[in-house]
Ligand binder design. Structure first.
Ligand code: PLP
Length: 377
């Protein structure tokens, strides 16, 4: 392998090389106007991103965690309230609930989709439930029709955690329009990533988006020093908005390139004994944020690839109901068997629009070689 380049999980330098003139010009424009906070690009990006999702409104915030935290604030969720979500997710989903003083109630995921199992949702709803947060993990859209139907029957809004799902769709409806509102992260490695932290809340409910905007900007009223509700400072800054506008123009192409690579992985890896490739439900589009396989000897394969200069990653090694940070909401081993099993078996392989097909083939050859040699400890 001496001549082979090591293969990273993502390659943001390769991405920058494709858009350098546009990104450099956008940054120069912001710096030369010095409108670093609430500059023109912020409002333009919000409008363009809402439109891209097919939604009426969007508000840019500082990061995806704040998008969730402030959305819950805008729903008026607080102590005594319960929010139903999954544990097979990044910690931020749970943090947003606890930071508002509410209690997360975790339901298990479906093994074939990695996402909230609608068959388990109803049993988790109590008179204290105020909200349901499904997570479009890895970019795969949740079974939103079933989730919405149950939530609607109980009078509950559904907030999409779409941090990994820019462009995920059911039919022609994109994430951002699949529930009452949706939260996005623009962390650099996301399908749409800033050059730092950034996030957004998107909804067809313009009044709701206005509420999030208010709490994200010091609870502002008529002017800067009219602070009508308790808020915070969680604004999207202008440099990030300008960069995100450049990248948004490429997102459709980049998502197609991800899908091509996901299809190539599927063609090469499907059918290997002991390995399960991700499947997309018919009628849905994955954003393919991650290409995550299941394999019994996950840690062995992870090591095998690392020894050959191939990155891979575990999303996630511990379901969040087992994280000490969840405090009193922390559960026990055995509470969520599917999520717990997945945490031992999932492995994400490199996936990004610029991943050369020859490198993808080398990854697949190594996965095949490892699996053919049988399970090792
Ligand atoms: C599912 C999920 N929710 C929320 C977040 C939080 O986003 P951020 O890192 O921008 O705060 C992330 C980001 O990694 C995520 O993957």
């Amino acid at each position: 392998m001496a001549n082979s380049r090591s293969i990273p999980m993502v390659d943001l330098k390769a991405q920058y090389a494709r858009i350098k003139p546009e990104v450099d010009a956008a940054m120069e424009r912001v710096v030369s106007t010095t409108a670093f906070v609430r500059g023109a690009d912020c409002e333009l990006f919000e409008r363009e991103f809402a439109e891209w999702c097919g939604a009426r409104a969007a508000v840019g915030v500082a990061n995806g965690t704040d998008a969730l935290t402030l959305a819950l604030r805008a729903y008026g969720i607080g102590p005594g309230d319960e929010v139903v979500t999954v544990a097979n997710t990044f910690i931020a989903t749970g943090e947003a609930i606890l930071l508002n003083g509410a209690t997360p109630v975790f339901v298990d995921v479906a093994a074939d989709s990695f996402t909230l199992d609608p068959a388990r949702l109803e049993a988790a709803i109590t008179p204290r439930t105020r909200l349901v947060i499904p997570v479009h993990l890895y970019g795969h859209p949740c079974d939103m029709d079933a989730i919405n139907e149950i939530a609607c029957r109980h009078g509950l809004p559904v907030l999409e955690d779409a941090a990994q799902a820019h462009g995920a769709a059911i039919g022609n409806r994109r994430a951002g329009t699949l529930g009452h509102a949706a939260c996005f992260s623009f962390y650099p490695g996301k399908n749409l990533g800033a050059y730092g932290d950034a996030g957004a809340v998107v909804s067809n409910d313009e009044a709701f988006v206005a509420k999030v905007r208010q709490v994200a900007n010091h609870g502002g009223g008529a002017d800067k020093y009219d602070n009508v509700v308790l808020g915070t400072n969680s604004r999207l800054d202008t440099l990030q908005a300008a960069i995100l506008r450049v990248k948004l123009a490429q997102l459709e192409l980049w998502n197609r390139e991800r899908a091509e690579r996901a299809a190539a992985y599927g063609a090469a890896l499907d059918g290997i004994p002991g390995l399960t490739v991700p499947r997309v439900r018919p009628g849905t589009t994955s954003a393919w944020h991650l290409y995550t396989i299941r394999v019994a000897d996950r840690d062995g394969l992870h090591r095998h690839l690392a020894e050959r200069g191939i990155a891979s990653a575990i999303h996630y090694p511990r379901p969040i109901h087992l994280q000490p940070a969840m405090g009193a909401a922390r559960g026990s081993v055995g509470d969520l068997p599917v999520s717990e099993q997945l945490s031992h078996e999932v492995l994400s392989l490199p996936l990004y629009p610029e991943l050369p097909m020859a490198e993808l083939e080398r990854i697949c050859a190594e996965v095949r070689a490892y699996c053919a040699a049988g399970v090792r400890s």
